[in-house]
Design a protein around this ligand. Structure first.
Ligand code: 13P
Length: 252
């Protein structure tokens, strides 16, 4: 059985004080949802403080990015070892906002995935198509190509621990979520691709999330779809009540 995983991607939001206030409010609200893995991904500046606040709770800590080298002259970058050092367990890799604004390539994403596994972090790999690509009937082609390139160099043992977030770009921050059936069809496509490339065991264990305008109102529709094992939540993860409601929907 794959354990549902609900992760909050806070993006570029929250000072340290605001981050602490949020997790202190959130922790008691999700304390009873034992079947669900709950992850928060604050900005780098708040990771250390949030790690302390999460001690003794069942919320895990994630980061939003990492660099592929362990140390060195890479001004402005943060290494996998530094993330491990402050208690990070998960790391988002290849989010579409980084692919768009930082021009992050599939080659860089692949290096980051390898580096994350080497450090013992669990990556949450983001893939997804643009609206024009979906409308042209190319969504699977685009996501398939991302997977083939991004997973270069990984083996089945790594891939079975991986989390993949299917996030159609047009659904992110727009209030226009995908149709749950379309998200489920894409999740099934991703699992088939993984099975072909890495084998049955990896495909059966790998967890696939849906992301893109997930809210307390629509989360259940996604989380009850066959093959969708959780959600990567942006805007609705910035408030304890709405994020806890999504976690509760996954628990049912
Ligand atoms: P929203 O939930 O705000 O649409 O963001 C989704 C997302 O990009 C999570 O990584």
């Amino acid at each position: 059985m794959r354990r549902p995983i609900i992760a909050g991607n806070w993006k570029m939001h929250k000072t340290v004080a605001e981050a602490l206030a949020l997790v202190r409010e959130l922790a008691p609200q999700v304390a009873g949802e034992e079947r669900v893995e709950v992850v928060v991904c604050p900005p780098f500046t708040a990771l250390h403080a949030v790690a302390q606040a999460l001690a003794g709770t069942r919320i895990a800590l994630g980061a939003q990015n990492l660099f592929w080298e362990e140390q060195g002259a890479f001004t402005g970058e943060v290494s996998p070892l530094m993330l491990k050092d402050v208690g990070v367990k998960y790391v988002i890799v290849g989010h579409s906002e980084r692919r768009a604004y930082q021009r992050e390539s599939d080659e860089e994403v692949a290096k980051k995935l390898t580096a994350a596994f080497r450090a013992g972090l669990t990556p949450i790999l983001c893939v997804g198509e643009q609206l024009a690509e979906r409308e042209a009937g190319r969504a699977e082609t685009v996501v398939g190509a991302q997977l083939a390139a991004d997973l270069t160099g990984l083996d089945g043992a790594a891939v079975q621990k991986l989390v993949i977030a299917y996030e159609p770009i047009w659904a992110i921050g727009t209030g226009r979520s995908a149709q749950p059936e379309d998200a489920a069809a894409m999740a099934a496509f991703i699992r088939r691709k993984i099975e072909t490339a890495f084998g049955k065991e990896a495909a059966a264990a790998l967890r696939i999330q849906y992301g893109g305008s997930v809210s307390p109102a629509n989360s259940r529709e996604f989380l009850t779809q066959e093959g969708i094992d959780g959600a990567l939540v942006g805007g609705a993860s910035l408030k304890a009540d709405s994020f806890a409601a999504i976690v509760a929907a996954a628990h049912k």
